[in-house]
Write a protein that binds this ligand. Structure first.
Ligand code: ACM
Length: 531
C-alpha cells in the first residue's frame, strides 16, 4: 500500500509494536532525520520515543547511494540508508506501514506493524512540484503544509513561482515597492468569461518567512528553487517601478489571466535592478538552481520601442527573439559567476540558449528533446501530462475548469524521458520531471488540495519508480493511501468527481476543444528553433 511504490517490498514474519515506550536511535549523521521522525510519531504515540532501549527504531548509515534505503520491520525497525535523504525516505515508508491513524496529529496509538522488508531508491534526482504563489498567494502555513505533503510522496524539489503579472511575493529590501505595490491587486478574474470578483487580493513572504520555508523544506529533503520570472510576466514589478517597463503610462498589478503584453525594457538599469534582486534571492535560497522564467514573453513592446530597437542594432542581433536571449544571458553570466545555474522555460531555446542553462520543458516535450540533444539538462514539465490546473475529468462540474482533461490515469501513464530520446545518450540529460500547480483559478489551499491530489501521488510514481506501470496495482495501493490523506485532512478529488461543496457553479470553463488545444500546441512548438 506504499505510494510511491518501493522497488522491492516483501512481507516478513513478526510484528512491530509502536507505543510510548518505543526507542528511536540514529547514527549522528542521521540525527536530524531522527528528530523529524520523533516529531511525527510522538504526538500519536503520546510518548517521546526515548533515544535508547530495546525494541526500537534504529537509523544507520550503510553502503548505498545517498537517496537509497533498506527497511526491515520485525521485532525492531532497522533503516539502513546511504545518507540522510535515504534515511528520510525509509522513515516515510515506515510511516506508511503504520495505520492511517498514525497520520493524525494526536491520539490513536499504540500501533502494530506487520513484518516487512523494503529495498528502495528513486529513479530520478529531480522529483519536483511547482507551486504558483504569484497568481494566488498561499500563506506561509499553507506552503509548509504543502511541503509536508510533497515530502510524504518523496518529491524533493519545490519550485516556488514567486513573481508574475498578478503579484510579487518576496520581500526585496533594496526595492521595497515590489511588495508594497506589487504584492496587491484590486480584484481577480474568476474564470474565462471575463467576470471579475471585485475583491482585493495579495500577500507576500518576508525574508524571515522565506528562510523558514527553506529550512523547513531542507529538513524534509526538499530543495526550494525560486522563480523570478523575466522578462515577461513582470507587470507587478513594472506597476511598482514604472521605469522597468516600456510605456509612459502607469500600470496596475494585473487583474486578468492569459499572456500579458507588458514586459521589461532592456535598459542597463533594468538588468542592474534584477541583478540587485537576485543578490537578495541568492542569499535566501541555497539551491544551485535559480529559475528566471523566460516563458510567454510577447515582443510587441520591444518592436515598438526605439530603445529596444537601438539595443538590437548596437548588439548586432537579428531580432527580438535574440534580444530576449541576450537579456537572459546577462543573468546567466551573473548566476554562473556565483556558482548557480539558470533554469528557464523552453522558450529560452528560441533565440539561442545560454550555455549551462537547464531547460524546464513545458509546451509538450519538444523542448525537452531539443535541449537534451543540444547537451542541456532538462526537467520534463509537460503541460499535456503534469499540469494540475487542468481539469481532472470531463464534466462541467470540475471547479477549476481548464479545458484540457488530465485524469489521474493520464498522469500515471506519464513517462519523464520523452519517447524520441529513448536509447540516445541525450536521455541522460533528463534530470527528472516536475508537476505544476498553476493557480490562476485556484484561489485557496483547499483548491490546491483538490487539484493536486491524488494526481500528485500518480506523478510521484512516475519519478520515483522504475518505468514499468501497473495501473490496477496503483489503484489498489491508492485505495490504501487515500485514508492517509483523509487523516492528514487533504481535500482531494474523489474518483467519482467533486463533492457538491467542491464544485464552483457559475464559473464557466474553457470549452472542451481538443482541436484548438492541438493548434495552440503546434503553433508554440513550431516557434522552437533548433538549437
Ligand atoms: C508556463 O506554464 N508558462 C511555464
Amino acid at each position: 500500500m506504499i505510494v510511491p511504490k518501493p522497488v522491492k517490498h516483501e512481507p516478513r514474519p513478526g510484528t512491530f509494536v509502536l507505543d510510548r515506550e518505543t526507542s528511536l536511535a540514529a547514527d549522528p549523521a542521521l540525527s536530524a532525520v531522527a528528530a523529524w521522525l520523533r516529531g511525527e510519531l510522538a504526538p500519536v504515540t503520546g510518548g517521546e520515543l526515548p533515544p535508547a532501549g530495546s525494541g526500537g527504531i534504529r537509523l544507520t548509515l550503510g553502503d548505498l547511494p545517498p537517496e537509497a534505503y533498506r527497511l526491515t520491520v520485525g521485532r525492531t525497525v532497522e533503516i539502513v540508508a546511504g545518507g540522510p535523504a535515504g534515511a528520510f525516505y525509509g522513515a516515510q515508508t515506515f510511516r506508511q506501514l503504520l495505520p492511517p491513524a498514525a497520520f493524525r496529529r494526536a491520539g490513536g496509538g499504540p500501533f502494530e506493524v506487520p513484518g516487512a522488508y523494503v529495498e528502495d531508491a528513486p529513479r530520478f534526482g529531480w522529483r519536483g512540484c511547482l507551486l504558483d504563489v504569484a497568481r494566488h498567494f498561499m500563506t506561509k502555513a499553507d506552503v509548509l503544509r504543502f511541503i509536508d505533503l510533497i515530502a510524504l510522496h518523496k518529491l524533493n524539489v519545490l519550485h516556488l513561482h514567486l513573481t508574475d503579472d498578478q503579484g510579487w511575493r518576496i520581500e526585496i529590501r533594496r526595492h521595497p515597492r515590489l511588495t508594497e505595490v506589487g504584492a496587491w491587486r484590486k480584484e481577480s478574474q474568476t474564470g474565462w468569461n471575463g467576470a471579475m470578483d471585485g475583491r482585493p487580493h495579495g500577500g507576500y513572504y518576508t525574508q524571515e518567512d522565506i528562510k523558514e520555508i527553506v529550512a523547513y523544506a531542507a529538513a524534509r529533503h526538499v530543495m526550494v528553487v525560486p522563480e523570478i520570472d523575466l522578462p515577461g510576466h513582470t507587470q507587478a514589478a513594472i506597476a511598482a517601478y514604472p521605469e522597468l517597463g516600456n510605456l509612459d503610462t502607469p500600470l496596475e498589478v494585473r487583474t486578468t489571466w492569459g499572456i500579458g503584453q507588458n514586459v521589461l525594457n532592456v535598459e542597463d538599469g533594468t538588468v542592474k535592478f534584477f541583478q540587485d534582486v537576485l543578490d537578495e534571492v541568492l542569499e535566501l535560497f541555497p539551491s544551485p538552481y535559480i529559475v528566471l522564467g523566460g516563458d510567454e514573453c510577447r515582443k510587441d513592446q520591444w518592436r515598438a520601442s526605439p530603445a529596444a530597437q537601438r539595443r538590437i542594432a548596437e548588439l548586432g542581433l537579428r531580432d527580438e527573439e535574440e534580444l530576449q536571449s541576450w537579456f537572459m544571458r546577462q543573468f546567466d553570466v551573473y548566476l554562473a559567476a556565483r556558482e548557480r545555474r539558470l533554469v528557464g522555460w523552453d522558450e529560452i531555446l528560441e533565440g539561442g540558449l545560454a550555455p549551462g542553462a537547464v531547460v524546464a520543458s513545458w509546451r509538450g516535450e519538444l523542448g525537452a528533446v531539443a535541449a537534451a540533444r543540444a547537451g542541456h539538462d532538462v526537467v520534463n514539465c509537460s503541460n499535456t501530462s503534469v499540469y494540475f490546473d487542468y481539469r481532472q475529468g470531463p464534466g462541467e462540474d470540475e471547479p477549476v475548469p481548464f479545458g484540457t482533461v488530465l485524469t489521474l490515469e493520464d498522469v500515471y501513464a506519464f513517462e519523464p524521458v520523452p519517447a524520441e530520446l529513448r536509447g540516445e545518450p541525450a536521455a541522460e540529460r533528463v534530470l527528472g520531471a516536475q508537476c505544476g500547480v498553476w493557480t490562476e483559478l485556484i484561489d485557496s489551499s483547499r483548491r490546491v488540495d483538490y487539484m493536486a491530489f491524488p494526481r500528485l501521488a500518480a506523478f510521484a510514481e512516475t519519478v520515483w519508480c522504475p518505468p514499468e506501470r501497473d495501473l490496477p496495482d496503483f489503484h489498489a495501493r491508492l485505495a490504501g493511501h487515500l485514508p492517509r490523506l483523509d487523516a492528514i485532512g487533504v481535500e482531494y478529488r474523489r474518483a467519482d468527481g467533486p463533492l457538491p461543496w467542491q464544485t464552483r457553479p457559475g464559473v464557466p470553463g474553457r470549452p472542451e476543444d481538443p482541436e484548438r488545444w492541438q493548434a495552440q500546441l503546434d503553433a508554440w512548438t513550431s516557434n522552437l528553433r533548433s538549437p
